[in-house]
Write a protein that binds this ligand. Structure first.
Ligand SMILES: Cc1cc2nc3c(=O)[nH]c(=O)nc-3n(C[C@H](O)[C@H](O)[C@H](O)COP(=O)(O)OP(=O)(O)OC[C@H]3O[C@@H](n4cnc5c(N)ncnc54)[C@H](O)[C@@H]3O)c2cc1C
Length: 442
């Protein structure tokens, strides 16, 4: 029997693709919930846009129909020499192949008061339920850590008129990822939100106990005391691997794998947030903690397990998120600082909160990557351009084709090109023919 620990996107994709390719028995064990749900949709449940049931992409009968067994339990110990798993229920389960897809857990850095009541993260279904429980009568929350999950938690609280104090260690928002100009745009956008109090270059020193084991305030490193009734810890996540203590599976920050998602132990694999590449792909991080990479890893390992040993090859990097009302996408590699031999071009319409940040090779003008805010651009085209090694000229003159929403975007194309021509002394002209419609229709 093939056993998968974790029923997130990585574990479930693994199971689905194994089932497409073979008839072997499959069991998914997960502690959090019986059925797979979309973690990225948790915030919308809190905000009342959907019910929790709506976050489940498959109906309960899907699993039976596809002969994928589900078990809600926690795996406490993995014994790879006997190929057995020990569950919290006392049960023991044998496997022929084992896939570790155990995801992440929110970081805690040993802050005083971090384990008090009315302190929580936003990762699991249980975290969401706890935030919901603490929200009754909640007036002010403090959020610690400025990244994508922190901003989601802030948006959730503001949707219920709960004031938020957001402690961000860096001087700019999401500073380890976004170039300064992009971060400043997001910071200006956040300043517009009534009830959101940003504290940049500020860290948590201590969470104060109200005498009943509950958080009632935080004290910051600079000595400020902020009264609150909930503290959200969103200072990043790290691989969920504690249950592997004492096992033979090699770990570092995550479970170490090669490009085939194989660990050091035969028939044991790891995928998704919990996996760490011994040799990361060029220009990529060793641990990739996003939805679509988990999916790709699941598809890859399913092939390997079913006899077609396959390397992980997710194509060019892309990602998307939302900062309150501003949509963000990135294609290719845009770092927070330019690398040697790179140039950048930024077009910004401050009034409409639109920003396009292009990075390219200085010598050849080969396109390297883009961050775009307030406008949606087509993944298909950017991936194609990155594969072809397209130049800035190709990208800019075809901006109309790249635009997801041409009517809305029309007014920027000419302006973007005009600014680029002026700054870089080029003569690029916007392509007006509709050649691209056939490509998009594919
Ligand atoms: C609030 C939030 C919003 C996000 N938004 C986005 C987004 O917009 N876009 C994006 O790309 N990514 C987003 N992410 C990240 C994305 O959700 C993760 O990268 C992805 O869910 C990881 O999937 P996974 O299958 O690897 O792990 P997980 O989804 O974490 O699943 C792992 C499962 O394994 C279970 N498990 C762990 N250990 C054991 C054990 N010992 N025994 C039994 N079960 C165990 C866990 O309980 C969990 O259910 C978001 C994450 C969060 C928390």
């Amino acid at each position: 029997m093939i056993v998968i620990i974790g029923n997130g996107i990585s574990g479930v994709t693994t199971a689905r693709y194994i089932r497409k390719r073979c008839d072997e028995e499959i069991l998914i064990i997960s502690a959090e919930s019986k059925f797979f749900f979309s973690r990225t949709a948790l915030m919308y449940v809190y905000m009342g846009h959907m019910k929790f049931e709506h976050t489940q992409p498959y109906e309960p009968h899907f699993w039976e129909k596809n002969r994928i067994q589900l078990k809600q339990a926690k795996v406490e110990k993995v014994d790879t020499s006997s190929k057995k798993l020990h569950l919290d229920s006392g049960e023991t389960i044998s496997y022929t192949s084992l896939v570790l897809a155990t995801g992440s857990k929110p970081n805690k850095f040993g802050w005083k008061g971090q384990d008090l009541q009315r302190v929580g993260g936003l990762y699991s279904k249980q975290d969401l339920e706890y935030v919901e429980k603490c929200s009754a009568g909640l007036k002010t929350a403090v959020i610690v850590g400025g990244g994508l999950i922190g901003i989601e938690l802030a948006e959730m609280f503001l949707s219920r008129n709960i004031d938020v104090h957001f402690l961000v260690r860096e001087s700019h928002f999401w500073d380890n990822v976004l170039p300064k100009r992009d971060a400043q745009m997001i910071m200006r956008h956040m300043d517009k939100h009534h009830g959101l109090n940003m504290h940049y270059s500020e860290e948590l020193e201590e969470i104060v106990d109200n005498g009943n084991g509950e958080a009632c305030a935080v004290i910051t490193k600079s000595g400020e005391r902020i009264e609150c009734q909930f503290v959200g810890l969103t200072a990043g996540v790290s691989p969920n691997i504690n249950f592997l203590k004492g096992a033979e599976v090699e770990t570092d920050r995550g479970i170490l794998v090669n490009r085939f998602m194989e660990t050091n132990v035969k028939d044991v694999y790891a995928v998704g947030d919990c996996a760490q590449f011994k040799e990361p792909l060029p220009e990529r991080r060793p641990i990739e903690q996003v939805w679509y990479t988990g999916k790709f890893m699941g598809e890859t390992v399913a092939k390997t397990i079913t006899g077609e040993r396959t390397e992980y090859n997710p194509g060019h990097w892309f990602n998307s998120a939302k900062f309150f009302d501003v949509e963000y996408q990135t294609y290719g590699m845009v770092y927070n600082h330019l690398k040697d031999g790179q140039s950048e071009f930024v077009f910004e319409d401050k009034k409409n909160e639109v920003l396009l940040h292009f990075v390219f090779e200085t010598d050849t003008m080969k396109f390297i990557g883009i961050n775009n805010f307030g406008i949606r651009l087509r993944h298909q085209l950017f991936n194609e351009w990155l594969l072809q090694g397209a130049t800035m000229e190709t990208v800019l003159k075809n901006l109309k084709a790249a635009n997801f929403d041409p009517e809305f975007y029309n007014k920027y194309e000419e302006a973007v090109i005009a600014q680029f021509n002026k700054e870089f002394n080029t003569n690029i002209v916007l392509e007006k023919s509709k050649w691209w419609q056939t490509l998009i229709a594919k």
